[in-house]
Design a protein around this ligand. Structure first.
Ligand SMILES: Cc1ncc(C[n+]2csc(CCOP(=O)(O)OP(=O)(O)O)c2C)c(N)n1
Length: 284
């Protein structure tokens, strides 16, 4: 990736991270940790990879995204707003009555949201059907399926993976957000996960593991996955829950954060100010 493109995607990631922080701070609470761990992936998808048209969200011949860990809706909405699917003002309506941006994604409400998710595991099967449909229609398009590592406790994920791998559904690229934490603790303490790369390889996936905050590495892994036509493809993202904001990375309980105490409020305000400063400098 050339330097200009990298700068562009870094700037987009900063804007997405700022949007996430601003909308959750405005709401007063929300799924912060698992949203922030996906910022760089969203920047690469919406800034580089996706064949989509925000002016025509239902365009037939489009790539699709399934955010199976639907509680990370805030990062998807931020990416969609930055890509121009809807006005950024909508972000401040997250979870309001009558909003187009419910806390978990709803394909009937939000332009750009291709699958309703939130009940963990279920997005994986939906993605199978979508990717299969693209193939049956003869479309040369991708379905990008994003799952959480805690979500992988759901057996449904492994049924879907077996189908994707067994049918060599190479247009369904699976991302595992390995941020090592789930709702109430570390994945290793709740249900020991073993090695995702070894597991996915054993299922028949061509599997790569990259740092989940490394924009160049994510983009290169996607290109490699797209070039591999011989098997299904998985990219394990080695991420940090709360990624990119040290205070929230280190906060013990950062799954759903409330901005109702001095420390969290101060950290959010500082992060927002720092991101605004970075963006202003980059755009100067
Ligand atoms: C079927 C189902 N069971 C439980 C929940 C409640 N829940 C929401 S998020 C979450 C933890 C998910 O962990 P992970 O996939 O690792 O998400 P991340 O840490 O990346 O936010 C749980 C148990 C749910 N949404 N769906």
């Amino acid at each position: 990736m050339d330097k200009v493109e990298l700068k562009k995607l870094e700037l987009l990631a900063a804007k997405i991270r700022l949007d996430v922080m601003e909308l959750l701070y405005h709401r007063g609470y929300g799924h912060l940790g698992g949203s922030l761990s996906l910022v760089e992936l969203m920047a690469v998808l919406y800034g580089k990879c996706l064949h989509v048209d925000p002016a025509d969200p239902q365009m037939d011949d489009r790539d699709m995204v399934v955010l199976s860990k639907g509680h990370a809706g805030p990062v998807w909405y931020s990416a969609l707003a930055e890509r121009g699917y809807f006005p950024k003002e909508w972000l401040m309506t997250l979870n309001d009555g009558g909003t187009n941006l419910p806390s978990h994604p709803d394909r009937t409400k939000t332009p750009g949201v291709d699958m309703t998710t939130g009940s963990l595991g279920q997005g994986t099967s939906a993605a199978v059907g979508i990717a299969l449909g693209q193939k049956m229609k003869g479309q040369n398009r991708y379905t990008y399926l994003i799952v959480g590592d805690g979500e992988l406790n759901e057996g449904q994920c492994w049924e879907a993976f077996q189908f994707i791998a067994g049918k060599k559904l190479n247009n369904c690229i699976v991302f595992i957000d390995e941020n090592k934490r789930q709702l109430d603790g570390y994945t290793k303490d709740i249900l020991y996960p073993f090695d995702y790369v070894a597991k996915m390889e054993a299922f028949g996936f061509h599997t790569q593991k990259v740092k989940g905050d490394d924009i160049e590495a994510i983009a290169a892994a996607i290109e490699k996955a797209q070039a591999n036509k011989d098997s299904a493809n998985c990219i394990v993202l080695d991420t940090i829950k709360g990624q990119g904001i040290k205070y929230f990375e280190e906060l013990v309980s950062n799954h759903s954060v409330k901005f109702n105490n001095e420390a969290n409020i101060k950290a959010a305000e500082e992060a927002i100010a720092n991101l605004k400063e970075f963006i202003a400098k980059e755009e100067a």
